[in-house]
Structure formats: structure tokens, C-alpha cells
Design a protein around this ligand. Structure first.
Ligand code: ADP
Length: 266
């Protein structure tokens, strides 16, 4: 009996081990495939602006151009160079986050002041595109966060609102405190995101309409970075969207609250 039990359990364990090895091999294959696809997308993203830069530099070097044409081509070179440096900065940020080498320096932020600064920075861009832009913030809310990183998150989301809204649309930022949780809501009445695309928008390099998003200056890394930064703050990000109606991002952060409720260790 003992021999039979031993042989049987040995067989079961071997079976479990071989299943586990198979699962690991599948995971590894998946990771390798993902890395391959990511690298090839990156190569493409880097090559496109370089092709423009090289093409227009050649023309400027070889041809006798009018002052007007020179300016036009130089403007394209500057735009594509900015796009490249933006993309490389985003890639560095993501690489640092992957290695956990990204330092989050939390401090106590007065939400009203903090969002007021962002409002001042972005209002001219919204005005220029004739998009209504409002910031509503409950009195006396303290957010515990890395101010630069949280600003990066909100500016990225508002940048998208700017890109995907047109004249007459509205973008609103609201901050409130519910049961010691801070919610920052960024909503817009822009073009929205289809049900089909919505599950993928936080993926690296995912863009709904590649050529359109590129024309608007997007790299497809913005929301991937936003998600990482929110998670680095132990926060949560959720999105609701409806095509042609608009998009709402809800950020939730724990461990903060109304100013008077905060226990400070200073
Ligand atoms: P991109 O740099 O292309 O904007 P993101 O990672 O920021 O990349 O966003 C991914 C995709 O999600 C975008 O290409 C866009 O289609 C969609 N998206 C993001 N924010 C919005 C928004 N506020 N309204 C409509 N679509 C959006």
C-alpha cells in the first residue's frame, strides 16, 4: 500500500512540476513576444522623426531655398527634434520605473494651491483652442504626494483633454475628499474612446488612431506613465468614456484628507 501511495503521489508531484514548468515556459514566450513587439514599436517611433529631420536637413544643405521655405523646414526639424527628446524622456522615465529606481518624494500639498498652479499653467493653451477649462477644489484638502510627479500626472491627462477636445468643448478638474480618500477627477466632453479601445489605453505605445495621435504630438506612452506614477503613490486610476461624449479619469489617493484631520509627523 505504502509503495503504491508513494508512487502515486510522486507521479502527481511530477505532473504538477511539469505543469508549472509549462506555465513558466508559456510566460517566458509571452514576455519575449511582448518585448519584441515593444522594441519594434520603439524603433519605429524613433525612426519616423529621424526620417523627417534627415530629409529636411539634406534639403536645407543641398538646395538654394527662399527664406520662407528655410523657416518652414527648420520649424519641422525643431518640432520633430522636440518629439524625439520627449519620447526619449518618456522611455527613460518608464525604464526607471521598471527598475524601481524612481524616487517618490511625498510632501503635504494644499490641493487648492497645487491645482491653482496647474490651472495658471494650462489656461492659455485651453483658451487658445477655445475649450472651456475649470478647476473646482473643496476647501482645505491636503494631498500627500510628490508634487512634481502628481503635476506630471494631471498635466498629462489635461494634455490629452486638450488634444482630444475641439472648440466649445469643456474640461474640468475636480478635487474632493471622501472618507479620508482624495479624489481628483479630470473630465472632458471631447471625442471619447470606444469600448473596443478602452481596455488598452494604459498599454505602452497604444494609440487609438496612430496617424492622428502622432499629428497631435502623442507618443502613446503618456497614459502608461500616468498609471505607473499613480501606482507609485499607492493610488488608483479609473477611466470611463463614451465615444463622441467625453472621457473621465478618476484618481484616488489614500492616506490624506481635509487639512484639519491630517496627523503630521513634523
Ligand atoms: P498619446 O500620447 O497618443 O496621447 P496616451 O498614452 O496619452 O498616448 O493615450 C493613449 C490613447 O488614449 C490616445 O492615443 C487616445 O486615443 C486615447 N485618449 C487618451 N486620453 C483621451 C481623452 N481625454 N479623450 C479621448 N481619447 C483619449
Amino acid at each position: 500500500d505504502f509503495t503504491v501511495t508513494l508512487a502515486k503521489s510522486g507521479k502527481d508531484e511530477l505532473g504538477d512540476l511539469s505543469n508549472a514548468i509549462q506555465l513558466l515556459a508559456d510566460d517566458l514566450k509571452y514576455v519575449k513576444q511582448e518585448r519584441k513587439e515593444f522594441l519594434s514599436s520603439i524603433a519605429h517611433e524613433l525612426r519616423t522623426p529621424l526620417t523627417f529631420i534627415k530629409g529636411y536637413t539634406d534639403i536645407l544643405y543641398k538646395r538654394n531655398l527662399s527664406e520662407e521655405d528655410k523657416k518652414k523646414y527648420l520649424a519641422i526639424i525643431i518640432e520633430e527634434t522636440n518629439r524625439l527628446s520627449h519620447l526619449i524622456k518618456d522611455l527613460f522615465d518608464l525604464a526607471k520605473m521598471d527598475e524601481n529606481a524612481f524616487v517618490i518624494e511625498k510632501e503635504r500639498l494644499d490641493a487648492k494651491l497645487f491645482l491653482g498652479n496647474i490651472e495658471t499653467k494650462l489656461s492659455p493653451a485651453f483658451q487658445e483652442k477655445q475649450i472651456n477649462f475649470y478647476v473646482h477644489c473643496e476647501e482645505s484638502i491636503t494631498i500627500i504626494a510628490d508634487s512634481l510627479r502628481l503635476e506630471q500626472v494631471i498635466i498629462n491627462l489635461l494634455d490629452n483633454a486638450l488634444k482630444y477636445c475641439t472648440v466649445g468643448d469643456t474640461a474640468v478638474v475636480t478635487a474632493k475628499c471622501i472618507n479620508q480618500e482624495i479624489q481628483i477627477i479630470i473630465e472632458d466632453t471631447g471625442k471619447g474612446i470606444s469600448k473596443k479601445d478602452l481596455p488598452y489605453i494604459f498599454d505602452r505605445l497604444y494609440r487609438v488612431e496612430k496617424s492622428r495621435a502622432r499629428a497631435l504630438g502623442g507618443s502613446g506612452l503618456g497614459l502608461a506613465i500616468v498609471k505607473e506614477l499613480v501606482h507609485a503613490h499607492d493610488g488608483e486610476i479609473k477611466v470611463h468614456s463614451e465615444e463622441n461624449r467625453g472621457t473621465t479619469f478618476v484618481l484616488t489617493f489614500r492616506g490624506a484628507g481635509n487639512n484639519e484631520n491630517i496627523v503630521t509627523n513634523r
